[in-house]
Design a protein around this ligand. Structure first.
Ligand SMILES: [Zn+2]
Ligand SMILES: [Zn+2]
Length: 154
């Protein structure tokens, strides 16, 4: 089981089944949300339990997803698709940085790589690199989640 929390500790999670990989996203929205690239662990909702949810604020940031943060300390706590809410097999993307133990993970993919600022880079740990156009064309996460027009505009 893995656990994590926001900066002030009001919002916490525990998860039974957590992959040992994360996705690095360089899109502008992630960068503004987290202050840098988002390192997101995609955690199945089955076996994922939150506490302090009354302290969570959510905002629909694209036509297909919402982002959430702690009202008390401002820590970004998750990103979630809104298109398949209530369906089986849902997952929640949780920033690696809010895990209590962020060790033992490795990056599987680096997406929106053509939007990465030239001021930083991640070392090669074997992760696959995808441009924004490649993501939209080939990654199930984006092709199934429909229109990215809103995200393109930003
Ligand atoms: Zn907090
Ligand atoms: Zn992003």
């Amino acid at each position: 089981m893995k656990t994590g929390r926001c900066l002030c500790g009001a919002v916490r999670f525990e998860a039974d089944a957590v992959p040992d990989t994360f996705i690095i996203c360089h899109c502008e929205m992630c960068r503004r949300w987290q202050g840098s690239a988002v390192l997101g662990v995609v955690v199945p909702d089955e076996g994922l339990r939150w506490s302090g949810t009354e302290r969570v604020a959510e905002r629909q940031t694209t036509s297909w997803a919402k982002r959430a943060w702690c009202r008390d300390c401002g820590t970004g706590v998750y990103l979630k698709s809104t298109l398949d809410e209530g369906k089986d097999g849902e997952a929640t993307e949780i920033p690696l940085g809010i895990f209590d133990d962020a060790s033992g993970f490795r990056p599987s993919d680096e997406i929106w790589i053509d939007h990465k600022p030239d001021s930083y880079a991640f070392v090669d740990m074997g992760q696959a690199l995808h441009t924004r156009a490649e993501c939209i064309e080939t990654m199930p996460y984006f092709t199934t989640y429909g229109s990215l027009e809103q995200e393109r505009e930003r």
